[in-house]
Design a protein around this ligand. Structure first.
Ligand code: TRP
Ligand code: ZN
Length: 479
């Protein structure tokens, strides 16, 4: 039986899109920013927006981030977060100014290479104008200090992300697809992956869990600083902080020697223990199917029931509210460590490369653990009538931002994976499941890259699969 909820995100609501006024203001600012010629370099301002087909305002051009160092101090009593972000980046063109994505909060000041930088804000764009122009190829360090009550962002599909405060002083900071900009300034697009240091200071009684490995815990007065280190590149949407009275289980390692760090909400402890005990075996099964685990640690945050409303594949350790914490969903979120976290979509339109594979891994788990086979799961989905929402749009072209978490991306995405399996046969298919995460490890990939890769490995073009299942409108005529 499929215990996974029908929808991972909250049902569609009256989506709160970015305000029209915010968009206009940012456009005006960009138009008014003049080219400067300081220091003999003729830099132009880096534009905001990486021209993502679904989120055109996210991300920025003109630079490439190498490392984020975040220093976050949270006071649950007031709800105020005091933050410092140190961003090491390389200019990809001569720059007189550049943009970061940042929503809400108050920016106290900013520097670039230790010199004060001029700060301006419009909508969710934070523009820094350095004292001197930056030259293409040069590495620079930007520092931004900020404070305030971080925002909760409501997505076009009604789900909540960003900084989600919880009863009792806890927080879940989640960022798919846009929410990380509520708690730190970044180049907020999956195409710019970077390493991270994330330090979170919280009062006694609370603990802060994040991505990567816990490098130090420093107690000072009535507060503790938890310093996390993310050694492998990470997309900003996968950054996570969980604050709460979490209990830690860090005694296990996987068969392959990967340390497991699990944080469990105390109220969830008893009900979570059965599924939690299976985590190492699930990971071992996935390593056998998808190849070596791509990161230096794993685990999970079992958050309070109903806290986020969905599970999220945050890097190293997914966040899973207790009501979503079942084996199939854990298989799904851990599969994302290969499909999404290590191999990251080039744009948000390529989301089916994440969700199609994560969904298919649930089908494969079922097939290999006494449940219905992937073929049967496929048939059940195919039997749905023409008007069903899984046929609403092709998986590789969600029409709007609200559709990236839609059923066609997940279910029909998994159906595409199954059609590939049928077209190439099991032997090639299982080789492909390992080769794709290997050749694109810690990098980005587009749907086009994937098609090219599969056609090459198959030694033939899977034209029908791509045309009908991946890009075709409506329910395909024949399964
Ligand atoms: N990626 C999550 C999962 O399937 C679900 C999700 C949460 C999501 N928020 C999203 C998907 C925003 C797309 C966009 O495990
Ligand atoms: Zn998923």
């Amino acid at each position: 039986m499929d215990k996974r909820p029908e929808r991972r995100t909250a049902p569609k609501g009256p989506g709160a899109r970015r305000s029209r006024r915010g968009r206009l203001a940012a456009a005006l600012l960009a138009a008014l920013t003049v080219t400067s010629c300081a220091g003999g370099v003729s830099g132009t301002p880096g534009a905001f927006g990486t021209r993502d087909p679904l989120f055109p305002r996210l991300g920025n051009d003109g630079y490439d981030v190498e490392h984020y160092s975040l220093d976050l101090d949270y006071d649950p009593a007031s709800g105020i977060l005091t933050g410092g972000a140190t961003i090491v980046a390389r200019a990809t063109k001569d720059l007189s100014a550049f943009d970061l994505d940042f929503a809400g909060m108050r920016v106290r000041d900013a520097t670039v290479d230790d010199e004060p930088a001029a700060v301006s804000r419009a909508g969710d764009e934070l523009t820094l104008r350095p004292h001197e122009d930056l030259t293409r190829g040069e590495t620079f360090t930007a520092r931004v200090r900020y404070s305030g009550r971080p925002r909760t962002i409501t997505d076009a599909d009604g789900s909540k992300e960003g900084w989600l405060t919880q009863p009792g002083g806890g927080v879940l900071a989640l960022g798919e697809p846009t929410g990380s900009m509520a708690w730190f300034p970044s180049n907020n697009h999956p195409s710019d992956k970077a390493t991270y240091d994330i330090k979170v200071t919280v009062p006694d009684g609370l603990r802060a869990v994040s991505n990567g490995e816990l490098a130090s815990t420093v107690h000072n007065g009535a507060r503790t600083a938890f310093s996390w280190k993310v050694k492998e590149p990470m997309a900003s949407y996968l950054a996570m902080v969980a604050i709460g009275p979490y209990e830690i289980d860090d005694k296990k390692t996987t068969k392959s020697g990967i340390p497991v760090y699990a944080a469990v909400d105390p109220a969830a402890k008893d009900r979570a223990s059965g599924v939690l005990a299976q985590l190492p075996d699930i990971l071992t099964w996935e390593e056998e199917r998808f190849g070596p685990y791509p990161f230096s640690s794993t685990g999970v945050v079992v958050a309070p029931a109903k806290s986020a409303g969905y599970a999220l594949e945050t890097q190293n350790r997914p966040v899973m509210p207790l009501d979503q914490f079942d084996v199939s969903t854990l298989v799904h979120e851990l599969a994302h460590q290969w499909f999404g976290d290590s191999v990251t979509p080039a744009t948000w339109r390529d989301m089916w490369l994440n969700e199609g594979f994560a969904q298919y891994s649930e089908w494969l788990w079922s097939e290999q653990h006494g449940g219905p086979s992937a073929r049967e799961r496929f048939a059940t989905e195919y039997a749905k009538d023409d008007g069903d929402e899984i046929w609403a749009y092709p998986p590789a072209s969600p029409p709007t931002a609200a559709d990236v978490s839609g059923r066609p991306v997940y279910v029909r995405g998994a159906m595409v994976v199954h059609k590939i399996r049928e077209a190439v046969g099991d032997e090639k298919f299982f080789a492909l499941l390992k080769d794709w995460p290997r050749v694109r490890r810690h990098a980005n990939a587009s749907t086009k890259d994937f098609i090219h890769f599969v056609d090459e490995e198959a030694g033939k073009r899977l034209t029908e699969v791509w045309k009908t299942w991946l890009y075709g409108d409506g329910k395909p005529d024949a399964a």
